[in-house]
Design a binder for this molecule. Structure first.
Ligand SMILES: NC(=O)c1ccc[n+]([C@@H]2O[C@H](COP(=O)([O-])OP(=O)(O)OC[C@H]3O[C@@H](n4cnc5c(N)ncnc54)[C@H](O)[C@@H]3O)[C@@H](O)[C@H]2O)c1
Ligand SMILES: O=C[C@H](O)CS(=O)(=O)O
Length: 477
């Protein structure tokens, strides 16, 4: 069993009065690890270390060397895929096939960052485009920003950490990471792997503990230049306020809309919705939540969809046969159960599911919901979708956009003209045509509008955001 502390300058700090907390399997409550919480002083030392290592090593490390270490990290992670997947099953209750897929994505992400670390950054400016700019050229040159504070959630505890750490390294930055308190084991295992692959000690420092205790001293530290947060909206917006003048990226939640038009390939749409609404018990920020179906195919869609959802197998996340594992905590499962009950009391019809067994919520499909029900207008973050009929494209777009959130959307149609017409009108950071909102590859630009966040991740875009542009001009004579 892993016992971890915080990692500062390559040394794991344990003992010295630090409080130990059990990490328990969300499935059966078994202790799968122990974490000792760091202190505000640990945060201070972590930031100072990251600052020193940035100036002494990382900002001048040649791009080919950063790229090579990222590539070696990918190879090492690939070789340990099963070990990492087992940790994810234990700490997050993630079904093993989903856990393996997350590690596979993390390997690929490291390979993308390895390539992107060598890509051109910056551009040549034709200064003589401006009257008076004759005989001058300029460069928009990018420089690593410095110490990055990264705060991450429980649901993709490996891949979402890498979205911040690997991109920061590719840019030449250093990092202080505060992982989610429920899932710190994979983050620590990863931090050690990155050091073993060749990143200098102190390039990544990890402080473990609660967000309430550690995040404020971290994001307000004067040596921190950028804050990158993935997690829930209320916490994210509070962190943005704390961060003051620092650059901030917020990757937050959503109640993702998915539209099925009457000319869609319904088999494809339904299979995608089943996968995208229920993978990891719907605990993805882009999970399918609101499904809008054109009225003339509504009955047909339900007929295809409901038996497929009912056939999903819930149970032990360690088993290859499990589709639906536990939610992260009893509190999260009880909240989902309560929202389903409340919707049913207000007139929604439960077409399948709607039950709780410990931390497992049976995969649920609701119909007859109303816009102001919590299961529609708030982020559900549970294995639950609502299926809502509409008559016209305009009605579907208006309903989809009638949300505080705007992360990703899905849209099914066989007509390319309708596809672009609707995609152009959706108020989200991304739209998939003939796939669901839940689909993501790690190099696409990714990030929400409205209350779903600010800034973009996706390898190239995150790296850009870890840099600052300085203009350097030359007058030729
Ligand atoms: N847009 C995205 O890319 C994306 C990806 C994954 C998850 N999410 C969102 O994350 C949420 C689920 O993750 P979660 O439950 O771990 O989120 P969370 O906001 O509870 O926790 C995220 C991080 O914030 C810290 N934190 C919690 N409360 C805090 C506080 N009061 N002050 C300071 N820090 C605090 C936690 O310790 C953790 O490290 C969902 O809303 C989901 O949509 C978004
Ligand atoms: O939970 C939201 C994540 O962004 C999902 S994914 O890891 O990017 O697929």
């Amino acid at each position: 069993m892993m016992r971890i502390g915080s990692l500062i300058n390559g040394v794991e700090v344990l003992g010295g009065g630090r409080q130990a907390h059990d990490i328990r399997s969300p499935y059966n409550g078994e202790v799968v690890g122990v974490v000792e919480y760091g202190s505000r002083e640990d945060v201070e030392r972590a930031v100072e270390t990251a600052h020193r290592v940035f100036h002494e090593t990382m900002k001048t490390m040649p791009a080919h060397q950063r790229s090579e270490i990222l590539r070696r990290s990918a190879d090492r992670l690939e070789a340990q895929l099963e070990d990492f997947a087992t940790v994810l099953v234990g700490e997050a209750g993630k079904p093993i096939r989903d856990a393996q897929a997350e590690v596979g994505r993390a390997v690929q992400l490291l390979r993308f960052t390895s390539e992107e670390a060598k890509a051109n950054n910056g551009e040549l400016i034709k200064v003589d485009s401006a009257a008076g700019g004759e005989n001058r050229i300029g460069f928009a040159k990018r420089y690593p920003i410095g110490v990055v504070a990264a705060i991450t959630p429980f649901n993709f505890p490996l891949n979402l950490v890498l979205h911040k750490v690997a991109t920061a390294f590719a840019a030449g930055c250093t990092v202080v990471l505060k992982p989610a308190e429920k899932t710190p084991l994979s983050a620590m295992k990863l931090a050690k792997l990155l050091e073993e692959a060749g990143f200098p000690k102190g390039a990544l420092n990890v402080v473990n503990g609660t967000g309430v205790d550690l995040v404020e001293p971290l994001v307000t530290h004067p040596l921190v230049k950028k804050v990158t947060f993935t997690g829930s909206g209320p916490v994210g917006w509070k962190i943005k306020d704390m961060a003051g003048p620092r650059k901030v990226t917020l990757e937050l939640g959503s109640n993702s809309p998915n539209i099925v038009l009457n000319d869609a390939n319904l088999e494809l749409a339904v299979a995608s919705i089943v996968r995208g609404g229920f993978a990891f018990s719907g605990q993805a920020c882009i999970s399918v939540q609101r499904v809008y179906v054109q009225r003339d195919v509504y009955a047909q869609v339900l007929e295809l969809l409901v038996p497929k959802v009912a056939a999903l197998r819930a149970g032990d996340p360690a088993l290859e046969t499990t589709d639906i594992g536990p939610m992260i905590s009893e509190q999260a499962a009880s909240r989902a159960e309560e929202w389903i009950r409340e919707a049913a009391d207000q007139g929604a019809t439960i077409l399948t599911g709607g039950e709780r067994n410990g931390n497992i919520i049976s995969p649920t499909v609701l119909a007859d919901t109303k816009h102001d029900m919590k299961v529609v207008c708030q982020e559900v973050f549970a294995p639950l979708i609502t299926v809502i009929p509409f008559d016209s494209e305009a009605e579907a777009v208006a309903a989809a956009n009638d949300s505080d959130y705007g992360l990703q959307a899905g849209l099914f149609t066989t007509d390319i003209n309708r596809a672009f017409r609707v995609a152009d009108m959706l108020e989200t950071g991304g739209v998939w045509i003939n796939d669901v909102s839940t689909f993501r590859t790690d190099h696409i630009p990714y990030g929400g509008v409205k209350m779903s966040g600010v800034g973009k991740e996706g390898v190239k875009y995150a790296i850009e955001d870890m840099t600052e542009t300085k203009f350097i001009g030359i007058r030729l004579y």
